[in-house]
Design a protein around this ligand. Structure first.
Ligand SMILES: *Cc1c(COP(=O)(O)O)cnc(C)c1O
Length: 227
């Protein structure tokens, strides 16, 4: 299958999932995870209409996007971020999805201050409790969200999670539901904030994530992998 067909297939599965959930297809943003492909493939995907791209390594991305993407494209950081890379990350990415600890909140807030604009971020939560997974514990999410929301140089836009890789995506439905419920609770606690984004779902499970309220799905292999 060629890139155009793979993209069309993903859009079609997004449309069907939103239909099952009674949602507007326009309420779901496809973030094409381009971490395994070169810049040429990203540009090709852009020409095929994709506008949101996800990368997981800051310094590689700085090089890969030395020539910036067009104005209407956006770049998301979806991989673990070390505090000593907060500066290049804040400069390059339109959304940092992987904020999961106080030291990183501090480092990014400092960069926001320096840049004179709030850095858009998501709080990454380890809903499944898998040990090797990044993300803060669900129990720590309230405190971390509170501290982010006191930082004028950070703009908390919502939550992100990575579900465990399982054979049957139905098995991770509770993870997606858990993230949505956590977002709903945080939104009630902080009515002044706009926690609109739920970034959840990858190639093997994004339709289930959409049924549970995902606004952003991070799809890598289904878009870029030849099969
Ligand atoms: C690689 C990656 C994805 C995409 O995974 P696929 O299975 O290729 O769709 C999504 N989110 C994160 C955080 C990733 O690291």
């Amino acid at each position: 299958m060629a890139l155009a067909q793979r993209i069309a297939k993903v859009h079609e599965r997004i449309a069907r999932a939103t239909e099952r959930a009674g949602r507007d297809p326009a309420s779901v943003t496809l973030v094409a995870v381009s971490k395994t492909v070169d810049r040429e493939s990203v540009d090709e995907a852009y020409r095929h209409g994709l506008r949101h791209f996800g990368e997981n390594r800051v310094l590689d991305a700085v090089e890969k996007y030395a020539t910036p993407l067009p104005e209407d494209a956006s770049l998301h950081l979806i991989g673990q971020l070390q505090t000593n890379k907060a500066k290049p990350a804040a400069g390059l990415f339109d959304l940092v999805e992987s904020v999961d600890r106080p030291s990183l909140v501090g480092a990014l807030a400092k960069e926001g201050m320096r840049l004179g604009r709030p850095i858009p971020i998501l709080l990454q939560v380890n809903i499944s409790g898998e040990e090797q997974k990044a993300g803060c514990d669900e129990a720590a999410a309230d405190m971390l969200a509170d501290s982010i929301l006191t930082e004028p140089s950070l703009a908390l836009r919502g939550l992100m999670t990575i579900a465990p890789l399982v054979a049957d995506p139905e098995h991770v439905r509770p993870v997606f539901r858990g993230l949505r419920e956590l977002r709903d609770r945080l939104q009630i606690r902080h009515p002044e904030s706009r926690l609109d984004i739920l970034s959840m779902g990858m190639s093997n499970d994004y339709p289930v994530a959409i049924e549970e309220g995902a606004t952003h799905v991070r799809v890598g292999r289904a878009v870029f992998e030849r099969n």
